[in-house]
Write a protein that binds this ligand. Structure first.
Ligand SMILES: *[C@@H]1O[C@H](CO)[C@@H](O)[C@H](O)[C@H]1NC(C)=O
Ligand SMILES: *[C@@H]1O[C@H](CO)[C@@H](O)[C@H](O)[C@H]1NC(C)=O
Ligand SMILES: *[C@@H]1O[C@H](CO)[C@@H](O)[C@H](O)[C@H]1NC(C)=O
Length: 535
C-alpha cells in the first residue's frame, strides 16, 4: 500500500491546474460498506488526495497527447514507471530451496505459495507433493523416524501448507466456494513417490477460475490481470493448472491465455493423471483494482503492457473478421456492378468512407435492465450532432470479446453507466476518453473500480455524477428522502440496500444539457488531439 501511494504521489506531483472535470470526481467517502466486495478503507485521505490530484494530472497527459500522436502519450505513460522507486517490497519467498514450500500470506487479497523440487499432483486428494530424497540434509527428522513403521508412514511429512488459489481472501463467502489445496513436502526414503504420468519441464501456476468468474469485471480483476502479474517473468514457459475449470472460460479467454502460456491449461480436478513439475506457484499475486503496479513487476511492466498483450491476443481474430468483411464487400460490389453497371462510382464510395473515418468515434456501452440510460437514443443523436460517429454496443456474457475489443480499439471515446461492463475500458487506447455515468449511491465503487484504474492506463477519465433529478429514483422517493439526499447513509445500512436501491433499482435519465457539455468537451479534446497527430 505504502508503495502504491508513493507511486501515485510521484506520478501526480507538482501539478495544480484546475479542471472543471475534476469536480465530478469529488467523492463521498466513509461508506466502506458500499459493494460487499470491497477492501476496507485504505487511508481514505491519501486516497482522496491522490485521486483528485490524478484527475488534475490529466492536464499534462492531455498535453502529452496533444504534442504528437498517441505514441508520445504512450511514451509518457511508460516514463512514469521509470520514475518509480524500486527498493521496497522485495517479495517474501524470493528464493526458495529445493524440496521446500514457501508461502507468502502477507497479502490482503491473496495468499501465494512457491514450491520447488520434485513436484507431483494428486488431484483425487486435492494435493500437491514435493518429494525430497534421502540425500537431502534433514538429519533430525530422518533420525527420529522409528523403526518398524509401515512404509507409508516412513514417507514423512516435512511441511504441510493449505491454500485456496483465489484472489479474494478477505471475502469468506466466495472463498468457501473455492477448492483448498494441500501442499506437502514429503521425505521419500524408499522411492515410493507416486508415478509421474506427465512430466513437464516448465513451472506450473495453480489458480482457480471459480468464485465470481462469470462476471467480466471479476474475470479480469480477480483472474487474468493477476495471472499476468504472476506469470510474466516466466515468459510463457509455464503451465496453468486450473481449479474450478470451465470449458466456456477457455473459449472466452483462450486467445489471452495463449499469450501468457505456450502450453494448454490443465483441468486440475478433471484430469486425474499425475502431473510433475520442477517448480510451482500456487495462487496469484494481485496489486490493486484492474491494474498492474509496475514497481512490483520485473521489467517494470505496467497495465499498458497488459493492454498491449490484449491487442496481440485479439489481433489474429480481428484480422480474420476484417478479411471476411473485405471478401464479402468485394462480392457485393461485383454483384452490384454486374446488375447495375452504371450505378456505381467507386471514388464516391471511398470518399464517404474517408469522411466517416475522420469523425471521432464514440462507443456507447449500453445496459439493459437496471442502470440503463432511458434517453439513450436522444443522447446518441446529440452526440452525432456534436460530430461523433456513434456505435452502440450491448455486450452480454456471450459477446465475443474480440469484437468488443475491435469496436473500442478503433474508438476515441466510450460512454457507459457504472457496472461490470466498464471493465472494457481496458480495451481502449491510451489517451482516449472514458466517460462513466455514475448513478446515485455508486460514487465510491465507480471511482475505485473503474475511474482510478482507467487513469492509470492513461485514459482521459470523466466521471459524470448524476444529479438526483437525473435518477429514476427521483420519481419514486420524496425529495427529502435519504435515498436521494444522502446515499451514503443508505449504503451504510448494508450491501443488500445498495444492491436493491441503487444497483438493481435505478435507471438514468440524462440531463442532456448538462451531459452535452461533457460530450462537447470530449469532442473538442479529441479533435485537438487528432489535429496534432496529423501535423
Ligand atoms: C532439485 O530436486 C530435483 C528433484 O529431487 C532434482 O532433480 C534437482 O536436480 C534438484 N535441483 C537442485 C538445484 O538441487
Ligand atoms: C488497434 O488499433 C491500433 C491503432 O489503430 C492498431 O495498430 C492495432 O492493430 C489495433 N489492434 C487490433 C487488435 O485490431
Ligand atoms: C432487454 O432485456 C430483455 C429481457 O431482460 C429482452 O427481452 C430485450 O430484448 C432486451 N432489449 C435489448 C434492446 O437488448
Amino acid at each position: 500500500m505504502v508503495h502504491y501511494q508513493r507511486y501515485q504521489l510521484r506520478k501526480c506531483g507538482g501539478v495544480g491546474e484546475e479542471d472543471e472535470e475534476a469536480q465530478t470526481l469529488v467523492l463521498e467517502f466513509g461508506s466502506s460498506g458500499y459493494y460487499k466486495r470491497t477492501k476496507p478503507k485504505i487511508l481514505p485521505l491519501l486516497f482522496v488526495f491522490s485521486l483528485v490530484s490524478c484527475s488534475l494530472l490529466l492536464v499534462p497527459h492531455l498535453f502529452s497527447c496533444f504534442s504528437t500522436i498517441s505514441l508520445l502519450c504512450t511514451f509518457e505513460v511508460e516514463n512514469d514507471r521509470v520514475a518509480v522507486d524500486r527498493e521496497a517490497d522485495a517479495p517474501i519467498c524470493d528464493s526458495i530451496s529445493n524440496g521446500s514450500i514457501c508461502c507468502d500470506r502477507s497479502g490482503f487479497r491473496s495468499d501465494i505459495c512457491f514450491m520447488r523440487g520434485d513436484i507431483r499432483t494428486k488431484s483425487a486428494s486435492s494435493s500437491i507433493f514435493v518429494y525430497t530424497s534421502d540425500t537431502d540434509d534433514d538429519f533430525i527428522s530422518y533420525s527420529l523416524a522409528k523403526e518398524g513403521e509401515g512404509a507409508e508412514e516412513k514417507e514423512e511429512e516435512l511441511q504441510h501448507e493449505k491454500i485456496k488459489p483465489y484472489t479474494r481472501k478477505w471475502e469468506t463467502g466466495v472463498m468457501d466456494t473455492i477448492g483448498e489445496l494441500d501442499l506437502v513436502v514429503k521425505k521419500d526414503k524408499y522411492g515410493r513417490r507416486h508415478h509421474c504420468d506427465v512430466q513437464h519441464s516448465v513451472p506450473a501456476i495453480f489458480l482457480s477460475t471459480g468464485g465470481y468468474t462469470g462476471n467480466v469485471y471479476h474475470e479480469f480483476n480477480d483472474g487474468l490481470i493477476p495471472l499476468y502479474i504472476t506469470s510474466q517473468h516466466l515468459n510463457k514457459k509455464v503451465v496453468f493448472v486450473m481449479l474450478e475449470y470451465h470449458n466456456w472460460y477457455m473459449t472466452k479467454y483462450g486467445d489471452i491465455l495463449s499469450r501468457l502460456s505456450d502450453y494448454p491449461p490443465i483441468d486440475f480436478s478433471g484430469d486425474k493423471r499425475t502431473h510433475c513439475f520442477p517448480e510451482a506457484i500456487v495462487g496469484l499475486r494481485i496489486h490493486d483494482e484492474l491494474t498492474v503496479d509496475s514497481s512490483q513487476m520485473q521489467g517494470s511492466k505496467s497495465i499498458l503492457d497488459f493492454h498491449n498483450l490484449l491487442d496481440q491476443a485479439y489481433w489474429p481474430r480481428i484480422r480474420g473478421l476484417i478479411q471476411d468483411e473485405e471478401r464479402e464487400a468485394q462480392l457485393r460490389l461485383k454483384e452490384r456492378v454486374s446488375l447495375f453497371p452504371s450505378s456505381l462510382s467507386p471514388e464516391a464510395g471511398e470518399q464517404k468512407q474517408e469522411e466517416k473515418e475522420k469523425k471521432p468515434k464514440l462507443v456507447v456501452i449500453s445496459r439493459n435492465g437496471s442502470r440503463a440510460i432511458m434517453n439513450e437514443d436522444a443522447m446518441v443523436k446529440l452526440a452525432e450532432k456534436i460530430g461523433f460517429q456513434v456505435e452502440v454496443l450491448r455486450p452480454d456474457r456471450t459477446t465475443e470479446l474480440a469484437k468488443i475489443y475491435r469496436a473500442l480499439n478503433s474508438s476515441d471515446a466510450m460512454i457507459g453507466v457504472h457496472g461490470a461492463a466498464m471493465t472494457h475500458f481496458l480495451f481502449m487506447r491510451p489517451c482516449s476518453v472514458f466517460i462513466q455515468v455514475i448513478p446515485l449511491g455508486t460514487d465510491w465503487a465507480a471511482e475505485t473500480y473503474y475511474g482510478e484504474p482507467a487513469m492509470k492506463l492513461g485514459l482521459k477519465y470523466v466521471g459524470y455524477k448524476i444529479l438526483p433529478r437525473e435518477s429514476s429514483l427521483y420519481g419514486q422517493y420524496d425529495r427529502d428522502d435519504p435515498v436521494l439526499r444522502d446515499p451514503k447513509s443508505v449504503n451504510a445500512k448494508g450491501w443488500q440496500f445498495t444492491k436493491k436501491v441503487y444497483l438493481d433499482g435505478q435507471n438514468v435519465e440524462l440531463d442532456l444539457r448538462r451531459f452535452g457539455k461533457r460530450l462537447f468537451r470530449a469532442y473538442d479534446y479529441i479533435s485537438k488531439k487528432n489535429q496534432r497527430a496529423v501535423q
